[in-house]
Design a protein around this ligand. Structure first.
Ligand SMILES: Nc1nc2c(ncn2[C@@H]2O[C@H](COP(=O)(O)OP(=O)(O)OP(=O)(O)O)[C@@H](O)[C@H]2O)c(=O)[nH]1
Ligand SMILES: [Mg+2]
Length: 234
């Protein structure tokens, strides 16, 4: 298998829908999920590039693995649930620090999922009352609630992230481009999310190729110094 050219990582609290988003995009369906253990990845061919997309576990007990999965990432998708304010707060408190191991040019997308459950989002996300044909056995409509987290809250977090990373707003994509509201259930904005990121990651891959491999010291090529009998006491 060819080594992936770039890496995208999904981070966020348990139950926000990371696995569902990835399955909706890669498998075009919304299956029942179980809470992720550790992490798993999909490979996506985008033009001539191989991009790995990593799904991580939001459960506290797997938290330590997050920074390992983020190592060298070209983009991180910070995911929250639009009906659960705490899941946005957690992104800043618990998940942002894990991205310190990502690439220095790492892009950040902030994604509010489950918009189909909100009064505002149900119509635009294409959610119909009462029946979900994509789910085994149909499924029942959940009661609609007013959205707890507004897109502006996500954009405010995006700006905080830029500050945390000491990035200048004019050197990175605007908050409007990087904050999404999605529904893994209906598919609303899911393709847009992933494909926007792929298109942004490709120039980064090309730039890395142009710069060449990272400079490392090849310890196997340095000859060992000849040992003499006199050794260190000479
Ligand atoms: N209505 C609705 N439910 C969703 C959506 N996305 C996910 N879910 C449901 O939310 C629950 C959790 O989804 P997962 O994708 O497993 O969440 P996760 O973020 O991967 O959770 P961990 O693996 O524990 O970190 C499941 O019951 C999903 O069916 C969505 O867009 N709309
Ligand atoms: Mg999961």
């Amino acid at each position: 298998m060819r080594k992936p050219d770039g890496k995208i990582v999904l981070l966020g609290d348990m139950n926000v829908g990371k696995t569902s988003l990835l399955q909706r995009y890669m498998e075009r369906r919304f299956p029942d999920t179980v809470s992720t253990v550790g992490g798993a990845f999909y490979l996506k061919q985008w033009r001539s590039f191989n991009i790995s997309i990593w799904d991580t576990a939001g459960r506290e007990q797997f938290h330590g693995l997050g920074s390992m999965y983020c190592r060298g990432a070209a983009a991180v998708i910070l995911t929250y649930d639009v009906n659960h304010l705490q899941s946005l707060v957690e992104l800043e408190d618990r998940f942002l620090g894990l991205t310190d191991t990502a690439s220095k040019d790492c892009l950040f997308a902030i994604v509010g999922n489950k918009v189909d459950l909100t009064e505002e989002g149900a119509a635009e996300s294409g959610e119909k009352e009462g029946h979900d044909p994509s789910k085994a056995g149909g499924g029942c409509a959940s009661p609609r609630v007013p959205k707890q987290v507004q897109l502006e809250d996500a954009m405010a977090l995006y700006k905080k992230i830029l500050k945390y990373k000491m990035l200048d707003e004019k050197d990175v994509p605007a908050a409007e481009q990087m904050c999404f509201e999605t529904s893994a259930k209906t598919g609303y904005n899911v393709d847009l999310l992933f494909e926007t990121l792929f298109d942004m990651v490709v120039p980064m891959i090309l730039q890395q190729r142009a710069e060449g491999p990272p400079q490392t010291v090849d310890i196997t090529s340095s000859k060992p110094t000849k040992r003499t009998r006199s050794g260190c006491c000479a």
